[in-house]
Design a protein around this ligand. Structure first.
Ligand code: WT7
Length: 653
């Protein structure tokens, strides 16, 4: 880690926006950074949305509980759809391409009709204001329609990433007590069909709160019948049948500004994922504002954010932000390397994408596949690039700049979290000279600071990244767990939001993100708790104890290494065929959580190094897993090895 920090500190290259970009940018005057009255500033953004009733108070702050635009009433789907009908009714809102190459386009008018119909369907299934609806879908237009339909009737959605296991889905449905589950027969991934309905059944069968399961038929060709699907009478219904009868007339439910818009589960430092709660008025205001200024959205842009709707990026920057801004959003269902490794570049060329927002892990994969692939495509429609999810290494930044941006497009490296709801630290592309690897400056109106352990500000240097004043799209809590909300984010320094990230600030005031400081691992831009993986491993009948650490990985940034102590009854078997045993454990974790949590490495050990107070020495484990502390890790099976390593380590540090 310290080598990486040193490398970042030596990064002095700077890329100012071109005069042309600056001239045309939505934010092109440095004065946007002078926010004297934060509440008035955010209110001026909120005024750009449609409110059925205006708020009487901008902010009520009883730390750590915030209420924004108090007394106001609005509807998120009306802001994403209805308000555009007069001026943008025939403009494409959504252009979608499935992995097999099927394309569907929805104008704002068409999307409005589909959302209104499905909102009526949800009502007919008994969904009411404040109810929760689980969505477990591939990246198809119906997933977006389902989210907006929930918003239209004031129900909260809980989207569960389609790559999560049945068990993960079950836990999330049970925690939120969702009434309806929306899923699809299957989704395409690298030419295969992922049998989502089958996985959804395994979850829903264990969820007494679920009254109905709505199933979207996903098939590229009518003859691809899916024999993995069985429909349970009375509970399951086909989306297309319900939609046939539904009326396209559905008055939006005007909800309170603080009405819950959604909950989205994310990992923390304990074994149980937490349901982050976002509400309507403040969230939509900031998602909209950041789209306007960070992505510089213009009327004729074709905007593509590659995130899945299962993550917060898919909520704020595929659905709510860009649609509230009236943009044309492109969505692609499948894998970047299907049928070939140039799929993304051919999509950019074909759909004339002008704004492209993706993750460093994807960029590193593209680098590996070679610049010849993007080079062979016409990418001249691009004008702005974005990065999100994890720190971007300067090398990947430069490759992105050169081979995708063709040295013309500004890159916005955007730092934020599921909890923050919207982008918090980012360049404004017409104003800020970027430096490869730095997320640069706080968005106007956001108070980001580096603090030391005691809560003192570090002006230049490293420490913890904190947000010191409330912001409109901040999380309002953890679903039904106020204690965890308070202890996790607000206990380190009272009234100040603790991000869980380490960061440093340079002499120009730029932020450089250095990764998590807690027991959370960022694997390929996705957050996994070490405890979650450890619980999944210990759940296997051969494992007595497990400890998980993050190790450097060329593509994923960080990958998971798991140290396991095998029960003596199974030790012989583990020794006999280690490869088979390791695969069995990896498969077990995939089945328990999902493929994203699959460990890269399993290291069988007879002992785990612990401090005198019983804490696992993760830094030593990382050194071992990355081959620094010990050349040949197989000798961990020798009972004396871990003990002597620990002694040596304790002496040195
Ligand atoms: C964690 C949040 C924000 C949507 C995707 C992930 C890391 C995110 C950056 C960035 C460095 C970043 C942080 C953060 N992170 N963006 N631009 N540079 N690190 O959302 O799953 O809630 O994860 O992702 O560690 O805490 P998430």
């Amino acid at each position: 880690m310290s080598n990486e920090i040193d490398a970042l500190l030596q990064e002095h290259r700077s890329f100012p926006p071109s005069d042309e970009f600056r001239r045309n940018a939505n934010a092109n005057d440095e004065s946007v950074y002078d926010v004297a009255d934060r509440e008035a500033y955010w209110a001026s953004w909120a005024e750009q949305l449609d409110w059925q009733t205006k708020w009487h108070t901008v902010l009520e702050w009883n730390a750590p509980y915030a209420k924004w635009f108090v007394g106001g009433k609005l509807n998120a789907s009306a802001n994403c759809l209805d308000r555009h009908l007069a001026t943008r009714g025939d403009k494409p809102a959504l252009i979608w391409e499935g992995e097999p190459g099927d394309v569907r386009t929805f104008t704002y008018r068409e999307l409005h009709a589909q959302v209104s119909k499905f909102a009526n369907v949800l009502k007919s299934l008994g969904v009411r204001l404040g109810d929760r609806v689980a969505i477990y879908m591939p990246l198809v237009p119906e997933a977006v329609i389902a989210m907006l339909a929930c918003a239209r009737i004031g129900a909260a959605h809980s989207v569960v990433f389609g790559g999560f296991s049945s068990e993960a889905l079950r836990d999330r449905i049970q925690d939120a007590e969702a009434k309806v589950l929306i899923t699809a027969t299957a989704g395409y991934r690298r030419g295969n069909l992922v049998p989502l309905k089958k996985l959804a059944d395994a979850a829903a069968d264990d969820c007494p709160s679920i009254e109905h399961v709505v199933v979207v038929m996903r098939r590229a060709a009518a003859d691809e019948l899916d024999d993995t699907v069985s429909m349970k009478p009375d509970r399951d219904c086909w989306y297309h049948e319900l939609m046939r009868e539904a009326s396209a007339d559905c008055e939006p439910e005007w909800v309170d500004s603080e009405q819950m818009l959604y909950t989205l589960y994310t990992s923390g430092t304990t074994g149980k994922p937490k349901g982050i709660v976002h509400t309507t008025g403040g969230y939509l205001t900031e998602a909209y504002a950041t789209c306007k200024w960070v992505f510089d959205l213009k009327e004729d842009d074709v905007y593509w954010c590659t995130a899945d709707i299962g993550w917060v990026t898919g909520h704020s920057y595929v659905v709510y932000g860009p649609l509230a801004a009236g943009a044309t959003v492109f969505v692609y269902e499948g894998a970047p390397d299907w049928p070939k490794q140039d799929r993304f570049w051919s999509l950019i060329e074909k759909h004339k994408i002008s704004i492209f927002y993706t993750a460093p892990t994807a960029i590193r994969a593209f680098m590996k596949w070679g610049h010849e692939l993007p080079e062979a495509h016409d990418l001249s429609s691009l004008r702005l690039l974005g990065s999100v999810g994890e720190p971007i290494n300067p090398e990947a930044w430069m490759w992105y700049h050169k081979w995708i941006g063709r040295e013309r497009c500004p890159i916005v490296d955007t730092w934020w979290q599921t909890e923050t709801g919207s982008i918090m630290i980012t360049p404004l592309p017409g104003l800020v000279a970027t430096k490869p690897g730095s997320a640069t400056r706080a968005f106007p109106g956001i108070d980001a600071k580096i603090l030391d352990e005691g809560g003192n500000e570090v002006k230049v240097g490293g420490g913890y990244l904190a947000i010191t004043t409330p912001w409109p799209s901040m999380l309002r809590g953890i679903w039904r767990d106020p204690e965890r909300f308070e202890s996790q984010y607000w206990a380190k320094w009272p009234g100040i939001y603790f991000t869980g990230d380490g960061a440093k600030r340079d002499e120009d005031g730029y932020f450089w993100l250095l990764g998590r400081v807690d027991d959370v691992i960022n694997v390929a831009g996705h957050r996994i708790g070490t405890m979650e993986v450890e619980s999944a491993l210990v759940d296997h009948q051969a494992v007595a104890e497990a400890a998980v650490v993050g190790i450097n990985h060329e593509i994923k940034g960080t990958a998971i290494a798991a140290f396991v102590i095998v029960k003596s009854s199974r030790a012989e078997e583990a020794k006999r065929d280690p490869a088979k045993f390791e695969k069995e454990l990896k498969d077990h974790v995939s089945a328990k959580i999902g493929a994203i949590a699959r460990p890269e490495k399993i290291l069988v050990t007879v002992d785990l190094p612990k401090t005198r107070s019983g804490k696992i020495m993760r830094r030593l484990l990382r050194d071992i897993a990355e081959g620094r502390a010990l050349g040949d890790v197989t000798t961990l099976a020798d009972p004396t090895v871990v003990a002597s390593l620990k002694d040596k380590y304790e002496e040195e540090s």
